[in-house]
Design a protein around this ligand. Structure first.
Ligand SMILES: N[C@@H](CCC(=O)N[C@@H](CS)C(=O)NCC(=O)O)C(=O)O
Length: 208
C-alpha cells in the first residue's frame, strides 16, 4: 500500500463532485481534495488534473487502484470496496438507482440549474428540462411515501447520488415544497452525522 492519500479532483459548483466527497466523508475515508477551476478552457486547467482526467470533467478519483471518473462509477466502486452504503447485499439495487440518477436527476435538474445559472437560457430547453425534473421528483416521491431511504431503512450511495443536485434546487427555480416526502428524505440526510451542504463540503478553502 502506498502511503499517499487518495485524491479527489472537484469543484464547489459540481454536484457530481459533491456526491463523491460526501460519500468519502460518510465512509470516513481520508483523502486529498484538489480544487479544479472550471472557468478556463479544458486544456488550461491545472496541469495535474488535465494529465489524468479521462473526460476533462470533475470528479476524478485516484487511489492505489488507479484513476476513475464518472461520479456514479466512483460511488459504486467505493460501496463495493467497503461493502457499506448499499455495497453489500443491495449492490444490484444500488446499481439500478445510480443508473437512474445518471439519466434522470443528474441530467434533468443538473442541466436545468446549469441553464438558468451559467448558460444562455433557451426557453424550449428549459421547459423540457423542467418537465423532466418534475417527473423525476414525482418518481422519487413515490419511493419516500413508502420507505425512508431508497434501499429501505438505511442510507446508501443511491441516496447520496439522487440527492446531490437537489441541494441546488433553488438555483433551478424548483420548489421542493411540492414534494413533501422528498423534502422529508432530504431532512433525514441532513441529520446524518457527517452530512454537509455542497458549498460547505466543497469549499475551495478545504482544498489543495
Ligand atoms: N457524468 C459525469 C458528469 C461530470 C460533469 O458534468 N462534470 C462537470 C461539472 S458538474 C464538469 O466537469 N464540467 C466542466 C467541463 O465539462 O468542462 C459524472 O457523473 O461525473
Amino acid at each position: 500500500m502506498s502511503a499517499a492519500l487518495p485524491i479527489l479532483y472537484g469543484n464547489c459548483e459540481s454536484g457530481h463532485s459533491y456526491k463523491v466527497r460526501q460519500t468519502l466523508v460518510l465512509l470516513g475515508l481520508a483523502h486529498e481534495y484538489r480544487y479544479v477551476d472550471l472557468l478556463p478552457p479544458r486544456a488550461e486547467r491545472r496541469a495535474d488534473f488535465v494529465a489524468v482526467s479521462p473526460y476533462g470533467e470533475v470528479p476524478v478519483f485516484i487511489d492505489d487502484d488507479g484513476v476513475m471518473a464518472q461520479s456514479n462509477a466512483i460511488l459504486l466502486y467505493l460501496a463495493r470496496r467497503t461493502g457499506l452504503l448499499g455495497g453489500g447485499a443491495d449492490l444490484d439495487r444500488t446499481t439500478q438507482w445510480l443508473f437512474w440518477e445518471a439519466n434522470r436527476i443528474g441530467f434533468s435538474l443538473a442541466n436545468l440549474r446549469f441553464a438558468l445559472r451559467f448558460d444562455d437560457e433557451d426557453p424550449g430547453v428549459v421547459a423540457m428540462l423542467r418537465r423532466r425534473t418534475e417527473a423525476d421528483l414525482d418518481r422519487l416521491a413515490r419511493e419516500f411515501d413508502r420507505r425512508p431511504f431508497l434501499l429501505g431503512e438505511t442510507l446508501g450511495v443511491a441516496d447520496i447520488s439522487c440527492a446531490g443536485y437537489l441541494f441546488f434546487a433553488d438555483q433551478a427555480e424548483v420548489d421542493l415544497g411540492r414534494w413533501p416526502s422528498v423534502g422529508a428524505w432530504l431532512d433525514r440526510l441532513c441529520c446524518t452525522s457527517g452530512w454537509a451542504h455542497p458549498y460547505e463540503l466543497m469549499d475551495p478553502k478545504l482544498a489543495t
